[in-house]
Ligand binder design. Structure first.
Ligand code: TYD
Length: 206
C-alpha cells in the first residue's frame, strides 16, 4: 500500500489549516496513517524563509524562489520524514503549500517561467497525487485575515492577494494536464467544503 501526497494551496486566509485538520482526522478514522507538514519546512532553509517572510531579513524575489526550491527538495528527499520515504512507507502526507505557491508568490514578483521551470524541471521535486486549491476572493480572504490575526506577513495586502490569486489560477491552468488539481470553492461553510474534499480524496488510489 502506498501513501498519497496531497497538497493544499490557496491565498492567505483561504482556510487551509482548518481543512487540513479535518482531512487528517477523516483519513485517520479510515485507518490510514497520516503525516502533516508545511512549507516552508522546519529545515535550516525553512528558517531563512520564515525570517524573510516575517520581515526579519530582506531577500530578493529570486533569492526567495531559490530558497523555496532548496527547501522543497529537502522536503522530498530527506531520509527521515521526506515525502519519498513517508509515502513509500504507506503514510499519507498532507502538505500545507507546495510549488504552486512558488509560482503564485515568487512568480508574481520575478520571472514566472523561470520559477516554473526551476520547480517543475527539478528531478527531485515530485508532482503531488492531488492538489486541492481552496479558492476565495481577495476581499473575502482579507476579511478573514483581519479577523483572525495579530500580525500580517509581507504578502498580505488585498492588492497583493489579488495578484497572487491570479497567478495561482494561471499556474493551475498551465498545470491542469500534468497534475491532478481540484479547485474547491472556499467561501462556503466549513463542513460543506470538508465533505467535498473527502469525496475527492476518497476517490484516490490508495
Ligand atoms: P502560510 O503557510 O499560509 O502560513 P501563515 O499564513 O499561517 O503564516 O504562509 C507561508 C507564507 O509563505 C505565505 O505568505 C506564502 C509564502 N510562500 C511563498 O511565497 N512561496 C512558496 O513557495 C511557499 C511554499 C510559501
Amino acid at each position: 500500500m502506498k501513501g498519497n501526497l496531497i497538497v493544499f494551496e490557496g491565498i492567505d486566509g483561504a482556510g487551509k489549516t482548518t481543512q487540513i485538520e479535518l482531512l487528517a482526522k477523516h483519513l485517520t478514522e479510515k485507518g490510514r496513517r497520516v503525516y502533516r507538514t508545511t512549507e516552508p519546512t522546519e529545515s535550516v532553509t525553512g528558517g531563512l524563509l520564515r525570517d524573510a517572510l516575517g520581515g526579519v531579513s530582506r531577500r530578493s524575489p529570486c533569492e526567495m524562489a531559490a530558497l523555496f526550491v532548496l527547501d522543497r527538495i529537502f522536503h522530498n528527499v530527506n531520509p527521515v520524514n521526506g515525502f519519498n520515504k513517508m509515502t513509500a512507507d504507506g503514510v499519507d502526507v498532507i502538505c500545507d503549500r507546495y510549488y504552486y505557491s512558488s509560482l503564485a508568490y515568487q512568480g508574481s514578483e520575478t520571472d514566472f517561467e523561470w520559477v516554473k521551470r526551476m520547480n517543475l524541471d527539478c528531478p527531485e521535486i515530485r508532482s503531488p497525487d492531488l492538489c486541492i486549491f481552496l479558492d476565495l476572493t481577495p476581499q473575502q480572504s482579507m476579511e478573514r485575515i483581519l479577523k483572525n490575526r495579530v500580525t500580517q506577513d509581507i504578502y498580505e495586502t488585498e492588492e497583493k492577494l489579488e495578484q497572487v490569486r491570479n497567478k495561482f489560477l494561471t499556474a493551475i491552468d498551465a498545470l491542469r494536464e500534468r497534475d491532478h488539481i481540484r479547485i474547491v470553492n472556499a467561501a462556503r461553510p466549513i463542513e460543506e467544503i470538508h465533505r467535498e474534499i473527502c469525496e475527492i480524496v476518497d476517490a484516490l488510489e490508495m
